[in-house]
Design a protein. Sequence first.
Length: 171
Amino acid sequence: MSRKWERMVYKNTKQLNKMRSKQGKKPIVTGAQDGMVRLQGRSWFLPLLLVMFSVFFLLFFYDIYEGDAMYWMTGALYFLFGLFLYFVRRPFLKIGRNRLSTRKFTGEKFVDAGDVEEIIIVPGTIIVQLKNKKERWIFSRLVQRFNLEEMETQLREFAQRHRIPVKNTLN
């Protein structure tokens, strides 16, 4: 399908889904959204750091601030923020037909296939090198707990489809 046709189908499906949701029916799934493969990891370093800071703060400053309500609130909020980052705000890589997207700390970032310079596969890490910004997206098994075997196969298919070079340094 041409891109104009895809946009028209997406627009009409969006309107139809809105009407169907008002009628209490299930929405129709569009092909553009179905093509996205979402690979999730789990970030553990920053949440662990926040939980450790909370415990440190609560243990070592107990004698000084024990009567202060904000002392307990601060410790509890650092702990809850660490749990939130661990369980809710998980890192991901979405691989679509024509673009990639990932979550950075400021929000979801998108990049088209034409803006990807190369994909580098290193033991325990996959690096997506971007053209214009000289920016790299790094996905690690150690830090972000990604399933790199599945990610590698999906990225190889994406790279083959768009003629993006893949460097394999596993040997």
